[in-house]
Design a protein. Structure first.
Lengths: 243, 289
């Protein structure tokens, strides 16, 4: 059913630290690897070794530069994937009931046995988090590694999404954002975690932690040391002018 | 947005077909027998043909039957249900009218309302999207409905009514562009989208992918924006102003009606192509576009 649950027991999601992320794309690769070999249709590539390669990814890292006038610029790496919104427009627009939000943990998933690949859910998502797989013809999106986090065949430390497990800089955190006492909720409270495009009313569960304030180094170009050459250089300058 | 031919054919022709059915439910044109059958065939070919075309861009057609299940929440599902119910009802009306000479006045009115409801649900598939502020405005359903009933009146041979409706369509087309431009201009900036605006002016340093991807192909289609102004004039002139002038200012006749219809169809297709091609999706902000 594509009606959204009025409330979910948990709000599982990610907290992504934009201060710590170094933009290595390790999470992108880990996500592609895990989700190609597990839940649902594999994430296909088209013309992977040819001139015009493209493929399906559930997580991509964008890099931005922010600059105050007169100051040095600051690079911010921003991984983007499904935010598992509380008021997910991608769920309610779905004509087939393939797109749904789980009542028990708030994860937004696609039932590929019902998806017709119309793409309307991707149109309704402000974050570009859904990609239609060109090979399978069904909509792919972040599953929050639903096949890892509850998987008792895995060692306990591996029961987190692949992107979180692999992140070498500890920029990605996983937990229940509906529980104010959880580590992720405390982190969001401490660091002033924010929503992406809150004015669109999607109420994302995933939060981003803003970059910490940075020192502003005086990196303006050095002033000219000497306009008029003196001494030997001054003589040389005049002598050359006269030639 | 990517202007998929299947979606342009679907919205243009099924709208026209349901527009004609809306008039036929009211007993317009007042014909019977084989002439009425011919009108029903035209309306069904347009409406059902358009609906079939809409399935061409589906990635996974075998699950299409499930698309009728989520009418409680999904406008696309409502569109599917409304169109099938409307076509079934008009099928019964056609049989009764053509072969039994029945009046079917009451069920005809219900059919007309359902035909308009179907066009409304089609328009709401696009109007509901907050991510595309150009479409997310009250005039979008008005635009779709006027296209349907004006084109339908033209097909039904009500040339003077069609002329007035096409003149109204011209006004709504223009207003829709004005409103759309204002809304699109207020989409925000890369700083708003990333939430990094407090750090200064935000610009893209490196995209998340060096190759194209589904999101770029589908939602950051920008070809239509280059010639948008010229295409608007073509859509407005051929789709509404010229046919309205022909219908209202020249004596009624088959030749003028045919020219007006041909112009209107060409203009409507250009206008519908542009409707998709020039629409700016908010995800483009993350790409600085």
């Amino acid at each position: 059913m594509t009606a959204l649950p009025s409330k979910t027991d948990k709000k599982l999601g990610l907290v992504i630290d934009l201060d710590t992320c170094v933009g290595c794309h390790g999470c992108v690769t880990a996500c592609k690897g895990w989700n190609t070999q597990n839940y649902g249709a594999p994430l296909s590539d088209q013309d992977a070794y040819g001139a015009d390669p493209s493929g399906t990814f559930l997580n991509r890292v964008f890099s931005y530069e922010a600059q105050q006038s007169g100051c040095a610029s600051q690079t911010v790496h921003m991984p983007r994937s499904c935010l598992h919104c509380e008021d997910a427009p991608c769920v309610t627009v779905c004509p087939t009931g393939a797109s749904y939000k789980r009542e028990e943990d708030g994860i937004v998933l696609v039932n590929e046995d019902r998806c017709i690949g119309c793409g309307l859910c991707a149109w309704s998502c402000p974050y570009g988090a859904r990609e239609l797989d060109r090979e399978a013809g069904v909509m792919k999106k972040c599953t929050l590694c639903v096949d890892r986090i509850y998987n008792e065949n895995l060692p306990e430390e591996d029961r987190v999404p692949a992107c979180v497990r692999t992140c070498p800089s500890g920029a990605r955190h996983f937990g229940d954002l509906g529980d104010p006492d959880s580590d992720v909720s405390k982190l969001v409270a401490d660091r002033g975690g924010f929503d992406l495009m809150p004015d669109l009313g999607t109420k994302p569960v995933n939060k981003y932690l803003p970059p910490r304030p940075k020192d502003q180094l005086d990196t303006a170009p050095l002033d000219t040391v000497a306009d008029e050459p003196k001494g030997f250089l001054g003589w040389l300058d005049k002598a050359l002018d006269k030639l | 947005m990517h202007p998929a031919p299947s979606v342009i054919i679907f919205t243009t022709f099924s709208g026209l077909g349901f527009g004609l059915l809306a008039w036929m439910g009211l007993g317009i044109p007042d014909v019977g027998g084989m002439t009425l059958l011919a009108f029903f065939v035209i309306a069904y070919v347009l409406a059902a043909g358009g609906l079939l075309a809409s399935t061409f861009h589906l990635g996974n057609k075998k699950n299409a039957i499930y698309a009728f299940s989520q009418w409680r929440t999904s406008w696309l599902s409502r569109e599917g249900v409304a169109s099938v119910v409307t076509l079934l009802l008009f099928g019964l009306i056609a049989l009764a009218q053509i072969f039994m000479g029945a009046e079917m006045a009451f069920s005809g009115v219900i059919g007309s309302v359902l035909a308009l409801v179907t066009v409304f649900t089609t328009s709401m598939i696009y109007t509901q999207l907050k991510t595309i502020s150009r479409w997310n405005q009250p005039l979008t359903p008005v635009l779709f409905l006027l296209h349907a009933i004006a084109g339908g009146a033209l097909l039904a041979g009500e040339v003077k009514i069609a002329g007035v409706l096409l003149a109204a369509l011209a006004v709504v087309m223009w207003l829709h562009w004005q409103q759309g431009d204002a809304r699109a201009a207020n989409r925000g900036t890369l700083g708003d989208a990333t939430g990094l605006g407090h750090l200064g002016e935000v610009r893209m340093f490196e995209s998340g992918h060096t190759a194209r991807n589904y999101v770029l192909d589908e939602m950051v289609y920008r070809v239509g924006r280059k010639h948008a102004q010229k295409l608007r004039m073509i859509a407005l002139g051929a789709g509404a102003v010229l046919p309205a002038a022909i219908l209202l200012l020249t004596p009624a006749g088959h030749a003028t009606a045919f020219i007006a219809l041909a112009l209107h169809l060409a203009g409507a297709i250009v206008g519908r192509w542009l409707f998709f091609a020039e629409a700016e999706h908010v995800v483009g902000l993350y790409y600085g576009k």
